[in-house]
Design a protein around this ligand. Structure first.
Ligand SMILES: [Zn+2]
Length: 324
């Protein structure tokens, strides 16, 4: 395994969180209301002295439960910020630019109370997908620019959303052995992906770029964030602001137009012909076998929920785009 310790200094990372509400149609789990998940994330940030973490959340679940917006109160009261991530969480690949923009505006009306207080007006694309054609990408980017948004990509991820589904099954089944295995696998994968993706970034740029790291607002994130951040700190990670990470040339330009599910380092790696070891990680193939429950594998659920999201924005989901 490549040493994650930087040769020229600490690895610098801006933490970001996506989807404090899971996608519309994913029920809250007993013991894991959204408010609790958000608080456990902010508690972990506080214990590492991290403030100013941007959360990018779809807002469609608020239509059915206005009280959910209290999650944003708790987030900002803990010293963190809210950005825009569209209302329905459809990929730009799947919908017309004007519909996608209208979906951003819908969220804007719902989150202005919190997002206006953030130092920067950030938008993040759903699935970090910037559009499957340059024309589409540029039309939305031009609108975002006129509306005063900076667009925050994800440079480094560890596929935590893929761990969330088996963890949900294990909670429902009360399978403590599976839960413990998944927590350990989730933490190990977070540390390993930090290592391999940072190693690739260093090869590509010949220096240590500043990363934008992602975790989602899920039960497994709530249960693992403390151990993950402890692991990062033990490896010499320094937590920085999103504004600092966005100033890095790795993050403030798009190297590639692609329909595929690729973060910023993966896009650069593809353009530069640099392989990333075990990324996407092989362990993802095992996750549907953990605690199987009928109708509750990742693909089935994602298809139903994201199909509805795309339809709400006037498009059709193409699940192949989401393949790791
Ligand atoms: Zn998202």
């Amino acid at each position: 395994m490549t040493s994650p310790k930087s040769m020229s200094g600490p690895i610098r990372i801006a933490l970001t969180v996506d989807d404090l509400f899971q996608w519309k149609g994913v029920p809250e789990l007993n013991g894991y209301p959204y408010q609790t998940i958000a608080r456990r994330l902010t508690d972990a940030f506080r214990s590492h002295g991290v403030r100013g973490v941007y959360a990018f959340s779809n807002t469609a679940p608020v239509d059915d439960d206005r009280a959910l917006s209290q999650v944003f109160d708790g987030w900002t009261e803990a010293g963190h910020h809210i950005g825009n991530h569209t209302h329905n969480h459809a990929s730009l690949n799947w919908v017309a630019p004007r519909n996608y923009i209208a979906d951003i505006e819908k969220t804007e009306a719902l989150i202005a109370r919190w997002s206006d207080a953030a130092p920067t007006r950030y938008f993040r694309h759903c699935f970090d997908m910037w559009g499957d054609t340059a024309a589409k990408r540029d039309e939305v980017l031009a609108w975002l620019g006129r509306a005063g948004y900076a667009v925050a990509p994800i440079s480094l991820w560890f596929y935590d959303a893929q761990f969330s589904r088996p963890y949900t099954r294990a909670i429902i089944a009360g399978d403590e052995t599976a839960k413990a295995w998944l927590r350990q696998a989730c933490v190990d994968t977070a540390l390993k992906q930090l290592s391999v993706q940072h190693a690739a970034a260093r090869l590509i740029f010949g220096r240590d770029p500043v990363h934008i790291w992602l975790i989602h607002g899920t039960p497994i994130a709530a249960d693992c964030i403390g151990a993950i951040l402890d692991g990062f700190a033990a490896r010499g990670v320094e937590f920085v602001s999103l504004e600092e990470a966005m100033a890095d040339p790795m993050n403030n330009q798009q190297p590639l137009v692609t329909a595929r599910f690729r973060n910023q380092i993966q896009k650069w790696a593809e353009v530069k012909g640099v392989p990333i070891e075990d990324c996407p990680p092989a362990i993802l193939a095992d996750l549907d076998n953990v605690c199987p429950l009928p109708g509750m594998n990742y693909e089935d659920l994602a298809e139903a929920i994201l199909g509805a999201a795309a339809k709400a924005v006037g498009g059709v989901a193409n699940m192949a785009d989401l393949h790791p």
